[in-house]
Design a protein around this ligand. Structure first.
Ligand SMILES: Nc1ncnc2c1ncn2[C@@H]1O[C@H](COP(=O)(O)OP(=O)(O)OP(=O)(O)O)[C@@H](O)[C@H]1O
Length: 678
C-alpha cells in the first residue's frame, strides 16, 4: 500500500470519488473518448448518488432528466428501477471494472476477491504491471458505468460518512446502524454477522478462499440466517477468530438502549470485585513506618494483613503476624511470621515438602518455610499463596457483636443450610485429600479457614503445627481423628452462630435439630462421635454424597457464568491495542517536521476511517452510538479483511473506496513510522 494523499493526490489503493469543483475542471477531467454529445446522453452521477447535482444548470454537461432514458442499450444505466433517485442502489463492486485508471493517472485497483457480476458486459480495464500497487482513482465525471447490484444509498441522509459496500445483502450494518440504532441495530448487526459466518459454510473451497479473507464478505449469495442452523451436515470450516465478537447478550428485557452497551461487557458487580482484589494486591506501605524489614529472603514490600488484631498466641502458642509480600522470583505471597520460635530440629523442615505437594482448591498452598532474624529475634516464616481480600470464617460469621452475643433460638442470624452444606462439602474434600496424603490438617479453626470468594473456603496455615510440634508423624491417626472432631465443632459453631455453643452440646444439637434438616444433624453427630478405627473422612464423604452433587452443580453454574463474562472481554486486548494505534496517529500535531502529517497521505484515510467508525450521524443529525458497529469495524480492521467500504470526507466532497485490509496496512505503516528511530 503506497502513501495516500488528500483525495486530490494519486498513489493510493483507495478509490477516491471527488466532486468537481468547477465547470472548467469537469471538462478538463473528462476523458477525450467521450464527446460532449455522449455526455449529454449519460445520466449525471451526482444525481444517481446524491439525488441531485449542484452543478445542474451551472455547467455540468450530463443528463439531469432522470425519466429520459438516453443510455446505450447495454449499459447498466438502463436499469432505472435500481438507479432512480427514489430507489437508489449503489454498489461500487463493479464500478471498478469499467473505470479507466488513466483518468487520474493512477494504476488500476483490482481487488483479489473482486467478483464480476454476470450483468457486467463491459471489458475490464487491464491492471497495471504485476507487482505495482494496484490502484484506481474514480473521478466523479460521469464517465463510468454502474451495474445493477449496488448497495442501497439513501440520499435523504444529511451527513453519512460512508456506507458498507459489501455485496452480501443481509449485511447492512452501516445503514442499519444509522436508521435503526439501538436494539434493532444491535440485533441486525449480529444477525448479519451470523449470516456471513453461515455463508462461509456454503462455499465449495472455503479453506483456500478463506485464507485471503475473501469468502466471508464478498459472497453474493444471500444465506438465510436461520439456514445457518441447518448446515450441520457440512464439515465445519476453520473460522476467522479475529472476526468474532462476544455472542449477543440477552437484551430483550432492556428498554433504555444505553444498557445494551453494558450487556456487552462484564457485569458491574464482578468487575468491582475483581478491581477491589487488584487494589488489595497492589496496596503497599512504607516499611519504615511499620518497623518492618525492607527485605526478607527473596521477599520485599511487606504489607501487614492483620493490622487491627495485633499479635495472637492462641492458635500457635507464639506471637504471629501475617503480611502480604512480593517475591523477587515469582510475584506475590503472603508470609506468616512466627516470632520467638527457635527451630531446634532441622528435620522438621522436611515436613513442609509433603505439604508443598498438595494442590487442592480448598487448601491454601504453602510455598516454603525458612527461619530469619530480620524481625529482631528468632522467627519462623511460612509463605503461602496469596488470595486477595480474603476473610477468615471468624471475621465473616463471629466478629460482629450481634453474632458473638448469646444465641437466641429463632433469631435471624442463622447461616442458611445451603451455605453450611457448601462449607461441609468443601472442608470434607480438603480433609480427604490431606488424610489421603498421610497428613493431618490440625487447623480446622474459624480463624484459619479463609473465605476467598462467595462461599468459597480454603484451609489456611497447613503444615505449621507439624513443624512447631514435630513428632515425625507418629500421632498422625490421632490428629486425623482430631480433625474430624474439630470439623464437627466448627459446623456446630456456625449452625448455632456462636463459638461457645460447643460448650453445651445437648442444647446446641437440640437447636440444630429444630433449625436444620436431619441430614445435617446426622453428619454433625458422626463428626463429633467418639473416635473409632471405622470413623474416617470417607464415612463423612459417603453421608454427604447428594449434597456434593448439588455443590458440584453450583460450581459448574458459577463456572459457566464466569466463562460467559470472560468471553465478553475476550477481544478487548486486541481492540485496545488497535485503538491505541489510532490514538498515536490521529490528530498528531506534528511528525517528522510535518505539521500536516496526521492529515495527509495514508493518515488521511485513517482519519476518514475514524469518522466512519465513530462519527456517523443519523438522518436527523444525531450521533450513531452503535457499539456493535464499532466492534464489528474494529474486528474487521484487525483481521484485515478484503471487504471494501466507502469513506467520505466531512464536507461530502470526496469519497474513498477502500478495503479494511488497506486501512490496516495504512495504520501499520503509519505506526511503524512513529516507532521508527532515526
Ligand atoms: N493466604 C492468604 N491470602 C490472603 N490473605 C490472607 C492469607 N492468610 C491470611 N490472610 C489474611 O490475613 C489476616 C490475618 O490472618 P491470620 O491467619 O493472622 O488470622 P487472624 O484472624 O489474625 O488469626 P489469629 O487470631 O491467629 O491472629 C486475615 O484477615 C486473613 O484474611
Amino acid at each position: 500500500m503506497s502513501l495516500y494523499s488528500n483525495p486530490t493526490q494519486s498513489g493510493s489503493a483507495a478509490i477516491p470519488i471527488v466532486a468537481p469543483t468547477s465547470e472548467k475542471e469537469i471538462s478538463k477531467n473528462v476523458p477525450s473518448k467521450y464527446s460532449t454529445q455522449d455526455s449529454k446522453a449519460r445520466t449525471c452521477r451526482n444525481l444517481i448518488i446524491h439525488g441531485y447535482c449542484k452543478y445542474e444548470g451551472k455547467g455540468c454537461k450530463f443528463n439531469h432528466d432522470i425519466n429520459k432514458s438516453t443510455s446505450p442499450p447495454n449499459s447498466p444505466e438502463t436499469n432505472k428501477s435500481k438507479l432512480s433517485v427514489n430507489s437508489p442502489v449503489f454498489k461500487p463492486t463493479n464500478i471498478l471494472s469499467t473505470i479507466s485508471p488513466e483518468v487520474v493517472n493512477a494504476p488500476p485497483f483490482i481487488p483479489k476477491n473482486h467478483q464480476l457480476s454476470a450483468v457486467d458486459e463491459t471489458p475490464i480495464t487491464p491492471p497495471s504491471a504485476p507487482g505495482s500497487p494496484q490502484q484506481q482513482l474514480f473521478y466523479d465525471s460521469g464517465e463510468h458505468e454502474y451495474d445493477t447490484d449496488m448497495s442501497i444509498f439513501d440520499p435523504t441522509i444529511s451527513f453519512y460518512p460512508s456506507q458498507s459496500l459489501t455485496s452480501s445483502k443481509p449485511f447492512l450494518l452501516s445503514s442499519g446502524g444509522v436508521k435503526g440504532h439501538g436494539l434493532n441495530a444491535l440485533a441486525n448487526s449480529f444477525a448479519s454477522l451470523a449470516t456471513q459466518f453461515s455463508a462461509l459454510d456454503t462455499l465449495p473451497d472455503v479453506t483456500t478462499q478463506h485464507m485471503n479473507n475473501t469468502s466471508y464478505f464478498t459472497s453474493s449469495h444471500y444465506v438465510d440466517p436461520f439456514l445457518y442452523h441447518s448446515q450441520q451436515t457440512l464439515t465445519p470450516q476453520p473460522l476467522q477468530y479475529h472476526l468474532y465478537t462476544s455472542p449477543l447478550p440477552h437484551v430483550s428485557n432492556l428498554h433504555p438502549h444505553q444498557k445494551t452497551i453494558h450487556a456487552f461487557f462484564m457485569s458491574d458487580h464482578l468487575r468491582e470485585e475483581l478491581q477491589q482484589k487488584n487494589e488489595a494486591t497492589l496496596s503497599s506501605v512504607n516499611a519504615k513506618d511499620f518497623n518492618l524489614p525492607e527485605e526478607l529472603h527473596v521477599y520485599h514490600s511487606l504489607y501487614p494483613l492483620d493490622l487491627g488484631q495485633g499479635k495472637s498466641v492462641k492458635i500457635f502458642g507464639y506471637p504471629s503476624f501475617t503480611y502480604k509480600s512480593i517475591c523477587n522470583v515469582d510475584g506475590l505471597g503472603p508470609l506468616l511470621a512466627m516470632t520467638g520460635f527457635r527451630l531446634t530440629n532441622e528435620i522438621a523442615m522436611s515436613t513442609i515438602e509433603s505439604w508443598r505437594r498438595i494442590r487442592h482448591a480448598n487448601i491454601v498452598s504453602i510455598r516454603e518455610a525458612f527461619t530469619t532474624k530480620a524481625f529482631g529475634d528468632h522467627s519462623l516464616v511460612f509463605v503461602y499463596d496469596y488470595h486477595p481480600l480474603s476473610q477468615t470464617l471468624f471475621d465473616k460469621h463471629f466478629s460482629s457483636p450481634i453474632q458473638t452475643a448469646v444465641q437466641i433460638p429463632g433469631v435471624i442470624t442463622n447461616i442458611p443450610e445451603t451455605v453450611l452444606w457448601s462449607y461441609i462439602v468443601q472442608l470434607a474434600s480438603a480433609i480427604k485429600t490431606i488424610h489421603a496424603s498421610d497428613l493431618a490438617a490440625r487447623m480446622i479453626d474459624p480463624t484459619k479457614i479463609l473465605l476467598t470468594g462467595k462461599n468459597r473456603i480454603r484451609v489456611n496455615c497447613c503444615g505449621i503445627m507439624d513443624m512447631l510440634a514435630f513428632d515425625g508423624g507418629k500421632n498422625i491417626h490421632y490428629y486425623q481423628q482430631e480433625d474430624l472432631i474439630r470439623f464437627g465443632h466448627l459446623i456446630i459453631s456456625l449452625a448455632c452462630n456462636s463459638l461457645s455453643s460447643v460448650n453445651n452440646m445437648p442444647k446446641s444439637i437440640e437447636f440444630i435439630s429444630r433449625q436444620y434438616s436431619p441430614d445435617l444433624k446426622s453428619v454433625i453427630i458422626y463428626l463429633i462421635s467418639k473416635p473409632t478405627p471405622d470413623k474416617t473422612i470417607d464415612g463423612v464423604v459417603a453421608m454427604i454424597a447428594s449434597k456434593t452433587l448439588h455443590d458440584i452443580n453450583s460450581a459448574h453454574h458459577y463456572n459457566d457464568f464466569l466463562e460467559s463474562e470472560l468471553s465478553k472481554e475476550l477481544e478487548n486486548g486486541r481492540l485496545v491495542r488497535l485503538l491505541c494505534k489510532f490514538g498515536f496517529i490521529n490528530e498528531r500535531p506534528e511528525f517528522d517536521m510535518d505539521p500536516s502529517w496526521s492529515e495527509t497521505g495514508d493518515r488521511y484515510l485513517i482519519k476518514l476511517f475514524r469518522d466512519y467508525v465513530f462519527h456517523q450521524v443519523d438522518e436527523n443529525g444525531y450521533p450513531v452510538v452503535d457499539m456493535s458497529h464499532v466492534l464489528t469495524c474494529l474486528n474487521k480492521l484487525d483481521a484485515g479483511v478484503d471487504e471494501r467500504i466507502m469513506l467520505m470526507s466531512r464536507d461530502e466532497q470526496s469519497c474513498l473506496i477502500v478495503s479494511y485490509k488497506e486501512i490496516k496496512n495504512c495504520i501499520d505503516s503509519a505506526f511503524r513510522d512513529l516507532s521508527r528511530r532515526k
